[in-house]
Design a protein around this ligand. Structure first.
Ligand code: NAP
Length: 253
């Protein structure tokens, strides 16, 4: 049986660990050729080795999404190694600030919006012309349930994820006539290094899972299947959508 992403070429940012890695693995398992990337060469090498040990078709490249030369190299790698881009998963994000929103220093605010929002926009700008050459594509932006309900401790991060939901809506207007679909993934609490503060300590974990209807934290791999679906032709009439993967955590506006 043909794999649902056979013949497709994908870029996933921040894909050497956590949710990004799980997505890259699933896209490749479903037949895509995947460009794996993150800031550190050692992490890229380790992820590529792990994926290649499953006979998956992947290539690795260092890309700190905040660096223009790295973004250029990411796009060039996909074109030179595989011949184009059909799928773009924008997954990289940072959160350098915890506390009441008005205590957030301007430098931390700028970093959050630069990495989480502006580089997502800049990568779309660079990748869309490549998708146009192939007659269309699928973009999946990783937002968060905290984009719907920015919380008290990581407010600026939450607002940046709300902006990602807005960016998706704005892109859809321009990209739909190009046959490029744009959707968002909104994870709830997922067990990764990024969210460690919320689950490593058993007391924090108990508090964090109180409002999760399934009563547990999610695993990175549980975010991957829906992204592979949205990237595939099975989702050919789905655009401007956001899918929560949150165990039923309260997540709507
Ligand atoms: P994670 O496990 O901490 O993932 C870290 C990955 O990002 C690593 O591969 C890391 O590799 C790379 N990375 C970090 N900064 C980068 C940068 N500036 N440029 C490129 N790569 C970078 O994080 P995660 O939890 O999987 O989060 C992935 C996405 O899901 C983010 O957008 C996050 O906001 C969202 N999300 C997560 C949760 C959650 O509970 N975990 C919930 C909602 C939304 P290097 O160190 O080599 O760069």
């Amino acid at each position: 049986m043909a794999q649902k992403l056979a013949g497709k070429i994908a870029i996933v940012t921040a894909s050497t660990d956590g949710i990004g890695y799980a997505i890259a693995e699933k896209l490749a398992q479903d037949g895509a050729k995947v460009v794996v990337s993150s800031r550190k060469q050692a992490n890229v090498d380790a992820a590529v080795k792990k994926l290649k040990s499953q006979n998956l078709d992947v290539v690795g490249v260092v890309c700190h999404v905040g660096k223009p030369e790295d973004r250029d190299r990411l796009v060039t790698t996909a074109i030179e190694k595989y011949g184009g881009i059909d799928i773009f998963v924008s997954n990289a994000a940072v959160n350098p600030f915890f506390g009441p929103i008005l205590d957030c220093p301007e430098s931390a605010w700028d970093k959050i919006f630069d990495i989480n929002v502006k580089t997502t926009f800049l990568l779309c700008k660079a990748i869309v012309p490549q998708m146009q050459k192939r007659g269309g594509g699928s973009i999946i932006l990783v937002s968060s349930t905290s984009g719907y309900e920015p919380n008290a401790i990581i407010g600026p991060y939450g607002v940046s994820k709300t902006a990602v939901l807005g960016l998706k809506k704005a892109l859809v207007h321009q990209l739909s006539p190009m046959n490029i679909r744009v959707n968002c993934l909104a994870p709830g609490l997922i067990k990764t290094r990024f969210s460690e503060a919320l689950w490593k300590d058993s007391n924090n974990l108990k508090i964090a899972t109180q409002n999760i209807k399934l009563g547990r934290i999610g695993e990175a791999r549980e975010c991957a299947g829906i992204v592979a679906f949205l990237a595939s032709d099975e989702a050919s009439y789905i655009t401007d959508e956001t899918v929560m993967v949150s165990g039923g955590a309260q997540s709507r506006l």
